[in-house]
Design a protein around this ligand. Sequence first.
Ligand code: IPE
Ligand code: IPE
Ligand code: MG
Length: 261
Amino acid sequence: MQIDTEKLEAYYADAPEDIALSDIDLARIPRHVSIIMDGNGRWAQARGLDRSEGHVAGVDSLREAVTTSVRLGLDVLSVYAFSTENWKRPQHEVDLLMHLFATTLIHELPLFHQENVRLRFLGDIEALPEETRKVFQQGLDETADHDGMVFALAVNYGARAEIVRAAKHLIQEVEDGNLEPEEIDDERFSQELYTAGLPDPDLLIRTSGEMRLSNYLLWQLAYTEFYVTDTYWPDFSRWDFLRAIRSFQGRNRRFGGVAKA
Ligand code: IPE
Ligand code: IPE
Ligand code: MG
């Protein structure tokens, strides 16, 4: 995506000591950054607050991450908001999250219009409570014509379920005579995933220090660079985003080949 340098510089004024916009190469911005937004509960607990306060505070970080991604000219920002395993949480926490997704999306639609952001969902959103599902559909409809950055929100997402679903659909296509087994390759398989048509993430950020994937994008992260920060999601700022990109730009991505001289 195009970068508006003037806007970007204004956005990144008041730099802290350890990082500045000039530390990154704007010609080598990752196309797709994905974030496992973790640590809301611990952020709240550390302040003697209820876990739900952490989720509410996390919304501000997410808004900032969307704006940061637009300013930096990313093609895609994807974020993990609710996993297929998160249904195991106490009912009141699940209810709060589902309600928060709906109210936040309604509230943020003007931002998506203003920044020309197209919304997508990763995961089985049909299984969500009606309020959430309706608002998600409204978000899809209202942003369908936008041709700026794609913002992909993973809700009720699990990578294993995604892969099983893809396999089942391919089998159905073969049984229906629409597809020959020989035609199934990496690319054809990718088309069956929730991320169909999106480039694989170049950079995966996980907040709050956990070094695991928690069933996130198992297929798509095959050659993604990982960046884990101890910062809890509600504290994650535009500067942390820049630190992650600086780290990414210092990597040597080989894709199984040999290092470039
Ligand atoms: C991430 O924060 C948000 C969701 C999974 C919805 P957590 O709620 O997992 O916070 P911690 O990991 O318990 O601190
Ligand atoms: C992963 O975080 C899911 C999201 C951030 C939405 P979890 O907090 O659910 O992951 P685990 O349980 O620590 O692996
Ligand atoms: Mg967690």
